[in-house]
Ligand binder design. Structure first.
Ligand code: OAD
Length: 232
């Protein structure tokens, strides 16, 4: 009897777009309205922590008001019923996969749910509104920052992700433009290790040759369709 396939799924902002959370690089996306150098780098935070925290407070509020959509629910269904392993790696800092029922989601770019002490590395549940004067509950220093990975920083859980990619039989990229490394290199890494690759996205792949198959459409439609096919 052959071993059931190991599936690694990478999600990006596009899977949460129909939940009302904006993407980054589409027309009207966050990085067309704001300068990422001010809002998503350690240097920007050092220049103006109040501005950066206000931006993430606003995003956290949007995430709390949002609901998972049919694509998040479909991936939770796949994880629960697929006889092999399903590893969900997300670049998203929202918790919509978890609220749809997925467990053990790998948040490679961090999460809005926790605050991080830039001084001692302690983490604690993020309050609705973070303030530069907030003391760290562990060391007492006022150095609270969002627990998100900024440009120039190393994404979280890279060893675990590399291990999953090596074991993958199928790699699926959902709702990501594939422009930010190291996530943008996962499809090639999985293929080099012998996996097949599939892209599910509103737009066709930016690079040719990375995916064995690609389907275009809104995630809330094409992800449940694909999961239904997988589960027969
Ligand atoms: P992008 O904004 O770069 O890409 C979003 C992708 O989702 C695009 O390819 C869209 O075509 C697609 N998309 C939009 N709406 C969709 C829908 N309804 N259904 C399916 N696909 C849809 O977002 P990411 O690739 O996630 O990092 O961006 C990667 C990283 O860049 C983010 O994690 C963030 C950002 O800077 C950090 O902040 C460190």
């Amino acid at each position: 009897m052959s071993k059931p396939a190991e599936i690694v799924i990478l999600t990006g902002a596009g899977i949460s777009a129909e939940s009302g959370l904006g993407t980054f690089r589409d027309v009207g996306g966050l990085w067309s309205r704001y300068d990422w150098r001010d809002l998503a780098t350690p240097e920007g935070f050092a220049r103006d922590p109040a501005f950066v925290l206000a931006f993430y407070n606003w995003r956290r509020e949007r995430v709390r008001a949002a609901e998972p959509n049919a694509a998040h629910a479909a991936l939770a269904r796949l994880s629960a019923r697929w006889p092999g392993g399903v590893t969900i790696v997300t670049q998203n800092v929202d918790d919509l996969h978890e609220r749809a029922g997925s467990r053990d989601v790998i948040h490679m770019h961090g999460t809005h749910l926790t605050a991080l002490c830039a001084s001692c590395g302690a983490r604690w549940p993020a309050p609705a509104a973070m303030d530069p004067a907030d003391p760290c509950p562990a060391c007492g220093i006022a150095a609270a920052r969002p627990d998100v990975v900024w440009f120039g920083e190393t994404p979280y859980h890279m060893e675990r992700i590399a291990g999953a990619l090596r074991q993958a039989d199928l790699f699926v990229s959902i709702g990501t433009s594939g422009t930010v490394y190291p996530a943008a290199g996962f499809a090639a890494a999985a293929r080099a290790a012998g996996a097949r690759s599939l892209q599910l996205n509103l737009e066709p792949p930016r690079k040719t040759g990375l995916f064995d198959a690609a389907r275009q459409g809104p995630a809330s439609i094409i992800v449940p369709d694909w999961v239904d096919e997988m589960l027969g």
